[in-house]
Design a binder for this molecule. Sequence first.
Ligand SMILES: [Zn+2]
Length: 113
Amino acid sequence: MKQISCPQCGQKIDLNLVACPQCHAAQGLDALAGIDPDLRIKNQRLAVWFSFLLGGLGIHRFYLGQYMKGSLYLLFSWTLVPTVLGWVDAVRTLKMSPFSFEQRYCKKPKFAY
Ligand SMILES: [Zn+2]
């Protein structure tokens, strides 16, 4: 059986799996397509890149389901303050363990705003 390592937690997993059994990160193209909206699978690395490159527009906040914060980033994007905040978010997300990332962003949207 061919195996790959999960891009999110490094666990060796079967190539054909659509989601990592350890951290539930979507694999391959499914990571971008979103196989099941109820699972709220988020790719941590993608979130880091969004924060870093598009943080000034709040794209990473929208990606993580925080639409209120995303709107604020977008609203104040002309001040360039959200761009700096985006870099801070990128570093913060980068340092976050896959487990706490999942705890924080991959749950039901109740507490995310
Ligand atoms: Zn994983």
